[in-house]
Write a protein that binds this ligand. Structure first.
Ligand code: ATP
Ligand code: MG
Length: 317
């Protein structure tokens, strides 16, 4: 009796297997694999059925050996062929995933490049368009200042001159922030040093160490690392209440490693890196690093400071 129950169970399971395998045919590219597997399952179910029938029908006769061997061999061939096709399916899926990731990186790269080009255009317009206009006004005001005027008028002229000087300085500053010419002309280390030097002295201690001299890297690599360092520093200034920032930029044979540490109040990394936070800073950092095939690790705990490590290929474009 036990044997009978087990046989029925086996037959049922083979049928379920066959149906599941068959249902997968529509979902994947290598659907022949699933057809092979389901036929294999059906053959085994048929084999079990042949074993089951004599238990209920005593007169049933069959040439057990030959048929069993034929069924065994056929199902083995079908299973092997199915498994080989499934293996190819995984190879295919891996290839598709790799291509998808490559495409994603290319798109990110294009977005960042377009963004940088736009920033550069704005910076140029400000610098070459508004800058000279303000300088002309300043010259006129300076000429006015040299004329004989009543004391209230000369006071107004003096004020106007000061405001125009401030406006010229602001235009230069904004233009430089939009697209730092120093990054383009002198490279990453100079640009980071220049950014750090503009932070109000005394507000925080910033240590920047590097083994780079005047080496230049690909445009994307330099822009990405520069923008990331700026955002990390901004974040520390805005959120961390830190006393100290340490930045290490090191080049070895083929990698460029950025280690950024602050001793501030820290934050919950998982929460910040999840998609539902309003800030764009970290999302931008991560997509920028991804666009140049770099890797990033952010470590932070409340009250434990923040540590960010980024490794990129030094030969990247
Ligand atoms: N160095 C840090 N120390 C403490 N908290 C930080 C630090 N960096 C980020 N955070 C926390 O992580 C959050 C997300 O940072 P993120 O840069 O993504 O956005 P944001 O700075 O709030 O806004 P945005 O960068 O778009 O102006 C911050 O709001 C802050 O709470
Ligand atoms: Mg931020």
């Amino acid at each position: 009796m036990k044997v009978l129950v087990l046989l029925v169970l086996a037959i049922l399971l083979q049928f379920v297997g066959a149906i599941v395998a068959l249902s997968l045919t529509k979902r994947t590219k290598y659907n022949l694999a699933w057809i092979f597997l389901s036929v294999g399952f059906l053959l085994i179910a048929f084999q079990r059925l042949l074993e089951f029938i004599p238990h209920v029908w005593k007169d049933f006769e069959r040439n057990v050996d030959t048929l069993n061997i034929i069924l065994d061999v056929t199902s083995a061939v079908l299973f092997t062929a199915g498994i080989i096709l499934i293996q190819q399916l995984f190879v295919y899926l891996r290839r598709v995933e790799k291509e998808r990731m490559e495409t994603e990186k290319k798109i990110l790269n294009a977005i960042i490049r377009t963004e940088e080009n736009e920033r550069r255009r704005f910076a140029k317009e400000l610098h070459d368009g508004l800058g000279p206009l303000l300088s002309t006004v300043k010259m006129s005001v300076s000429s006015l200042a040299q004329m004989e005027t009543s004391p209230p008028a000369s006071e107004i002229i003096k004020n106007a001159d000061a405001v125009i000087t401030e406006a010229i300085r602001n235009v230069k500053e904004i233009s430089n922030l939009l697209s730092p010419h120093i990054l383009e002309n002198f490279g990453l280390v100079s640009a980071i040093n220049s950014f750090i030097s503009r932070i109000t002295p005394g507000s925080i201690e910033i240590i920047f160490k590097t083994n780079l001299k005047n080496e230049r890297f690909g445009y994307n690599t330099e822009v990405v690392l520069y923008r990331v360092v700026c955002e990390l520093i901004n974040n520390t200034l805005k959120h961390a209440r830190a006393r100290k920032i340490e930045i290490h930029l090191t080049r070895d044979e083929s990698f460029l490693t950025l280690i950024y540490v602050d001793d501030g109040i820290g934050f919950d990394v998982r929460e910040v890196l999840s998609d539902n936070t309003p800030g764009m800073g970290y999302a931008n950092i991560i997509s920028r690093v991804k666009s140049i095939k770099g890797i990033i690790n952010v470590e932070s705990e409340p009250q434990q400071g923040t540590r960010v490590v980024i490794v990129v290929n030094a030969g990247n474009s």
